[in-house]
Design a protein around this ligand. Sequence first.
Ligand code: HMG
Ligand code: MG
Length: 299
Amino acid sequence: MFPKNVNIYEVGPRDGLQNEKIILPLKLKVEFINMLSKCSYKNIEIGSFVSSKWVPQMENSGELFELIKKNPSTSYPYLTPNYYGAKTAIEKGIKTICVFTTASESFSKKNTNCTVKESQKRIEEIVVLAKKEGVKVRGYISCVLGCPYEGSINFEKTAQLANFLNEIGCYEVSLGDTVGYGTPLEVKLLIENVFKYIDVDKVAVHFHDTYGQALANIYSALELGVYNIDSSVGGLGGCPYAKGAKGNVATEDVLYMLDGMKINSNIDLKSIVKVSWFIHKALDKMPSSRVAFALGNKI
Ligand code: HMG
Ligand code: MG
C-alpha cells in the first residue's frame, strides 16, 4: 500500500557538499540553506562534525548553525561520527544528530577508521550523551545494497544493525545504498528483512543514483509503505570513502514522481528546482536531475 504522505529528508548541504571538489564559501552555504529553509522541509541535514583532515568540505559546518535563518518548523540535523563530534554538536545547541555504521567491515574502516563493533560502541556512547541532553538521534546504515570493497552485503546483518540502532533509541534508521548498486527487487527483500525487527514508521531510505536506479528503488520502498525518503537537491552527493559513489537521488525528481502518484510531500517542486539551479551555478556544474532540466532555470 502506498503512503498518502511522505517526509522528504534533505541531505544536499551535507551529503551533497561533502563530495564536491570546490569547498563552498560559508556565505554561499548559508544562502543555499536559507533558500531550502523556505521550502517546508521537516529536516535539512546541513553539515557534519567530522575530522577536517578526512572531509575538509565540512570544516565550517559548526558556524553555519549560528548563521542560517532557521525555519521554526524545520529541524537541522548534523552527522556525528564519534563522541567528540556529538559533544561539539550538542554544545552548539543542535537538537538532532545522526550516527552511522555499516555491515561492511572494509567500509567501516575506510569511512571511520574503526571496526563495525567499535562503531556500535561509539554509537552507544553518543546515544547515552544525547539522551541525557534531550537530543534526538538518527541512525544511518551504509552500503546496505552492496559495498565497493566487499561486494554484496548480507541483508540479515543489515537488518540486525537496524534492530540495534532502534533498540538503543534512534528515532529513525536510514538505509543507505551508498554506491547506488541496488535494484528494486533487492530493495523489497532488504526492507522486508528490516521489517522483521523495526516498524515502517522508523525506516527511511537513502538511495544514491550511480546506476540510475534510485527512483525505481524509492517506488519499491513506497510500495511497502515506507514514507521517510532522503534526497538531495539537484542530485548532489556522494561519499568520499565509497569509491564510485555518485549523487543522491535528486529531490526534484522524487517530487515529480510523488506528484504524479498523488502522494503529498508538502514541498513545492518549482521552488526546489530554483534552489537546484542556484546551488549548481555556485558549484559551476550542471544538476544531474532530469526534472531540473525539463523545467529549466527560468521558472
Ligand atoms: P581518526 O583519524 O581515527 O581519528 O578518524 P582520531 O581520533 O585519531 O583523530 C584524528 C584527528 O581528527 C585529531 O586531530 C582529532 O582531534 C580530529 P589532530 O589531533 O590530528 O589535529 N577529530 C575530529 N575533528 C572534528 N570532529 C570530530 C573529530 N574526531 C576526531 N568529530 C574519524 C576517525 C571518525 C574522526 C574520521 O574517520 C572521520 O572524520 N570520518 C568521517 C568520514 C565521513 O564524514 N564520511 C562521509 C559521511 S558518511 C556518508 O556519507 C554515508 C551516508 O550518507 C549514508 C550513505 O550514503 O550510506 C551517511
Ligand atoms: Mg549518502
